[in-house]
Design a protein around this ligand. Sequence first.
Ligand SMILES: Cc1ncc(C[n+]2csc(CCOP(=O)(O)OP(=O)(O)O)c2C)c(N)n1
Length: 440
Amino acid sequence: MKEFLKSLGVKKIFFGAGNRNAPLLKDLEEFELVFGLDERSLAFEALGLAKISQVPVVVCTTSGTAVAECFPAIIEAYYSNIPLIILSADRPLALRGTRSPQTIEQDKIFGKFVRTFWEGEPHELDAKLQVSYPLHLNLFVDQEGVGQKKQSRPDQQILSDASKHGVAIFTEGSGGYSEEFEKITRLGLSSYNEIHSGLNKQGSILFEKDLLKAFSKGQVDYLIKFGKTPVTKLWRLLNSKYQNIAVFSYQSDYTGCFGGERLDNLDRFSQQTRPHIINSDLSPFLEEFPNSEMSLIYNFINKTENDAIIFLGNSMPIRYADFCKNLDRKYIASRGANGIDGQVSTAAGIARGSENKVYAILGDLTYIYDFTRQFWGLPSNLEIVVINNFGGRIFERVESDERIILEHAHKFDELWDLRLHTLKPDRDETNLFWKRWINE
Ligand SMILES: Cc1ncc(C[n+]2csc(CCOP(=O)(O)OP(=O)(O)O)c2C)c(N)n1
């Protein structure tokens, strides 16, 4: 990839923060790198530079809506014949069409507005490739190792084997599955319900870490997914570590991971004995770390009105809100493509369509991405709550390149005269909470 880009004369790369494109950095260090957040803006900056210099300029993005954000600059580049290059990181081909997390169909996404489209693995980029601009290179980055997949998942026979244990995962779109929940509970299956599932029931496994522990102890043989693609990290692990776990998608064609099958009814199950899966105790953590992000979100949600709608930003807010098992509220999130773009506007639309109070809990970068919406005034029933940890701290959790955290020093309340509620977490408390919680 490096030699190919050099052969085109590329010198500068605008790098949009993201986990899927981060592994590409090791091959891009010889170029001048500019790190940034908003891909729409990065693409326009690259366009300006390419226009004045007539030298090809690259924008490197993560997967999902981040790629689509480059579209307006691509259109301008197309009509003005500007050498703009979009280098988008994509899931490996094996995950295309599976709706695995943050996977969208990126091939030929810019349609007729790019003159060359190429996709493949980064090492396949060859200096002999003839290109015209604008150019879109879509690169498969196999972080999961799904390309080396050897086994196939067990089929539906496993459901009638009383010695096997199943976990039902209820996520967004599960509001109508109360009867199914009761039935699988009676049959002895375990359940794990994500906060935005829409199902007003508490699962037998409360916390993600206990779910993951049950997997690492070998207590689970199969999964049934109710609703859309879950948030839990487990869904990424199903593409790597847990490729042998059977996965069924209830009344839906998408498992959200590699392989698995659709399940139309719950007739095949036999009664099973639920293994002892421990539920961790959260209260000592809330007491010991009252200024951690988890505790601040927990307390904030519990103080909202009973009929409030909580809109959860992607990144850590939706994950930390899952600690708060308060089922009296309605939770909404944009989990179709997991973008951090347009979140203030999405919340504004939700508030327009509701009489209830809406609280949008967003990370600081997520807020910055769409904060211009606030200049035009917000619906009176909408409260924006920014959890300001001065950067994209999710990238610390996944131990990614620290440059993509985009650390900053903005304290929003002092910068702009906008109606805004900021939560100010203590970084050490958050990190200690997390470290102990995960390792306990
Ligand atoms: C449009 C878009 N661009 C990039 C990403 C990749 N991304 C995921 S989370 C994240 C950082 C979010 O930071 P922040 O909102 O501050 O939340 P925190 O990680 O601190 O919880 C980024 C850039 C994305 N999901 N969507």
